[in-house]
Structures are given as structure tokens and as C-alpha cells.
Design a protein around this ligand. Structure first.
Ligand code: HCA
Ligand code: CU
Length: 393
């Protein structure tokens, strides 16, 4: 059978020159800003190794927030991982000095440039902010660092001033600029326009860092990519300040399957990465979390079960094993005749239409909701699908 997603992909326009899009994972920086998330140094090092093995391009960590983080940053940098380790600090020389002590190749500094950040957080004028931005970039560059600069709260800053800052730091030699939607206020079209405006004036490669306050972070990040940004910030499970930022799983899968962006991600690690964060933080993600959540591949309604048992692609965009998740069928009052027939066959009962109907009615009458979940993968999956294909109805 041809690709069931074929027509959908025509709308997605995936084949128009796929671009390499990069991922910076900030689980160890933004992620630790999520209430309740604090890793031990051993955990930080393990997470960095796993993110590297997964295939992210950059891993961000802040050496200035605590003595522990300083040690973790230094140790992670010494591991010689493939990913760049980005030491994230405030736009202050003294912070860059702390970063330098960790011996990084990359550093990132951030400075609020919206009027509200300037006035009510930093209490500095636009001129002072501009000077500080340029001086910090020059300082980091004079120490041989690769440097990303984040125009914090950029989506709410006066565009004229934002461009002025971007131009000035570009001239000062900055290597990347991060365009954040710090309070998650953009709609996708807005993020597109924001990034496009900067892209038209600035040559330096652009990151997008989108917060999820209204639930649009992933969509906004990709709108930014459509406008020319080439790196998205993520965390495992999307943890971060308040409601966080895009989740690594959603971004990596969308990049691979919806953008056809070339990469070497080991997508099958995604569910384990999510479980690892759950184990380390005690925070259980909601069960319908896309791709990695326990219900992401559970099928329940009778009509869905009948279809899934013949061809899982009927109700799945990509197979669960791709992301290390499992498919399960849920038997309960919605199972219907098809689901009941398979429950009977799994129990070794002979095929019998009348009895399947009776079981379906019985399950409905019990009014006990879902009774049973059966993983549908590996051998069992093949058996069920083969049986379904050879059965007439
Ligand atoms: C912060 C601000 C930040 C920075 C983003 C970035 C934001 O919490 O320190 O450096 O790209 O959301 O603006 O996370
Ligand atoms: Cu942020």
C-alpha cells in the first residue's frame, strides 16, 4: 500500500528543499528552572551523555546558578561530547569570567531588551543595554569564545531597538542570535513575521526559543524555522520556567517526519528520555503527552480497534517503535464486536461472530469502563495483523 500520509505531506510541502535544522537542548538550564526540577551532578552528566548520544547539536547549561552547576558544566565540557556545550550566563563580564573557568568553546548570554525588562527588571536605559550587549560580546570574543546572544523578551521589544541591538552585536562578532518569545505571547504567524524581520537584516544564524504559556511553543518554533531560523531550543518533556518550552520529542519527530530535515537522531530513545526525567524529578507528565505519553499509542473505540488490528497506520501518524513507545489496545465498554472478537482469539476461543457480539454487549453492560490493556507489538502485533488480513470481515 502506498504511504498513508502521502496527501497530508502534500499540504505540508515537505519536499521543497529540506534544510538542516539544529536542536539545542536546554534541559540542564531552562529545564532546571521548572518548579520541582533539580538534578544531581551525576544525573546532569548522564543526561548530557544521553542527549549527545541522541544526537542534539548543542547542550545548554548554566555555570553561574550554583557551585554544583559550575562543577557539572566543567565536567560535562571535559567529556569531549560531539554536541557543543553552551555555557549560559547573564550579559555581564563577571559571568563570562565564570563561564571561561569551565573552558567552554561556546557561551550564551542573555539580556532583556523589551521596555518592561529594561525598566522594571534591569533598571537600565536602552543605551546602557546596547552598550552592555556589545561589550559582553566583544569580551567573550576577545577570549576566543563562540558566542550566542539572546535578546531576551525580544518578541515584546520595540522592533527598531531590537534590530539596532542585533546589528551592533553582529558587528561585534556574535556567532548566533537567539530570538526568544519569553512569555509565549506569539501566534505562529507572529513568530514567522518576527524572525523574518530579523532574518532580512542580519546574517548571523538564528535560534528560536519559544515559551509555551498559551500552548503554541512548538508551532511557534517551527514558524520561526519557516522564516529562516535554523536552531530550535527544546527540553526533555518541555520542562522549563512556568509552562516550559518545546519538548525534544515533538521537535525532533516533527523535524524528521514533517520537515524531512536531515539528521542522525536516535528517535527510539525518546520515550526512555522522558521516563528518565520522570524518574529523576518525580514529575509525571500528563498521560496524553504527544509521542512519549502512555496513551499516545493506546487505541480504544471499537471502530478504531477494528481498523488498528488490520493496519495500525489507520490511526497512527508514525509507528510507536520509532519513538520507543508501545502500542496498546484497550478492551472495555467501547471495544465493539471487532475488539471483542480479538480479545476472544487472544484467549484461545474459536472464532464466533455471535459470541463476539455477546461479549461486546456484555462489556458495554458491565459499565466498568476499561477492563484490560494489551500491548500490541512484536510477535503479537504480527500475529494479530496477519490474522486480520486473512480474515474475511
Ligand atoms: C531566562 C530567559 C530565557 C533565555 C532564552 C535564551 C528566555 O530564563 O533566562 O537564552 O535563548 O526565555 O528568554 O530562557
Ligand atoms: Cu526561556
Amino acid at each position: 500500500m502506498s504511504d498513508p500520509n502521502y496527501y497530508a505531506h502534500l499540504y505540508n510541502e515537505y519536499d521543497k528543499k529540506p534544510r538542516r535544522i539544529h536542536v539545542l537542548d536546554s534541559t540542564l538550564r531552562e529545564g532546571e528552572q521548572h518548579p520541582g526540577v533539580t538534578f544531581t551532578n551525576k544525573q546532569r552528566i548522564q543526561i548530557a551523555w544521553m542527549l549527545d548520544y541522541f544526537g542534539v547539536d548543542q547542550i545548554e547549561i548554566s555555570p553561574v546558578v550554583s557551585e554544583d552547576h559550575f562543577e557539572a558544566t566543567k565536567t560535562i565540557i571535559k567529556q569531549g561530547l560531539k554536541a557543543d556545550i553552551v555555557a549560559h550566563v547573564r550579559a555581564l563580564k563577571e559571568d563570562v569570567d565564570v563561564a571561561l573557568k569551565c573552558d567552554p568553546k561556546w557561551t550564551a548570554t542573555y539580556l532583556g531588551i523589551s521596555d518592561i525588562h529594561l525598566k522594571d527588571k534591569l533598571r537600565i536605559t536602552r543605551e546602557e543595554a546596547l552598550r552592555r550587549a556589545v561589550e559582553t560580546v566583544e569580551y567573550a570574543k576577545s577570549h576566543g569564545l563562540k558566542m550566542r546572544f539572546t535578546v531576551e523578551d525580544g518578541s515584546r521589544a520595540d522592533p527598531e531597538f531590537l534590530l539596532k541591538v542585533c546589528k551592533a552585536i553582529e558587528e561585534a562578532g556574535v556567532d548566533r542570535i537567539s530570538l526568544p518569545d519569553t512569555v509565549g505571547i506569539m501566534r505562529p504567524k507572529g513568530m514567522f513575521n518576527f524572525v523574518k524581520m530579523v532574518k532580512e537584516k542580519i546574517k548571523v544564524p538564528l535560534d528560536v526559543h519559544c515559551h509555551n504559556d498559551i500552548g503554541l511553543a512548538v508551532a511557534n518554533a517551527f514558524a520561526g524555522v519557516d522564516a529562516g531560523a535554523d536552531q530550535i531550543h527544546t527540553t526533555i518533556d518541555g520542562v522549563g520556567e512556568r509552562t516550559g518550552i518545546p519538548s525534544l520529542a515533538e521537535v525532533a519527530v516533527a523535524m524528521t517526519y514533517l520537515y524531512k530535515s536531515p539528521n542522525d537522531f536516535r528517535l527510539d530513545m525518546l520515550t526512555d528520555l522522558s521516563r528518565l526525567i520522570e524518574e529523576y524529578t518525580g514529575i509525571v507528565p500528563y498521560d496524553s503527552k504527544p509521542l512519549v505519553g502512555p496513551t499516545a499509542y493506546k487505541h480504544k473505540a471499537g471502530t478504531h480497534l477494528s481498523a488498528i488490528l488490520r493496519n495500525p497506520a489507520a490511526y497512527e501518524p508514525i509507528p510507536p517503535r520509532v519513538v520507543g513507545n508501545r502500542r496498546k489496545i484497550v478492551f472495555g465498554e467501547l471495544a465493539g464486536k471487532g475488539g471483542s472478537a480479538y480479545l476472544m482469539s487472544l484467549l484461545g476461543l474459536p472464532k464466533n461472530d455471535e459470541q463476539a457480539k455477546a461479549v461486546a454487549a456484555g462489556l458495554k453492560n458491565l459499565r466498568m469502563g476499561d477492563l484490560l490493556e494489551i500491548p500490541l507489538d512484536g510477535k503479537l502485533e504480527r500475529k494479530i495483523i496477519n490474522d486480520a488480513k486473512s480474515s474475511k470481515d
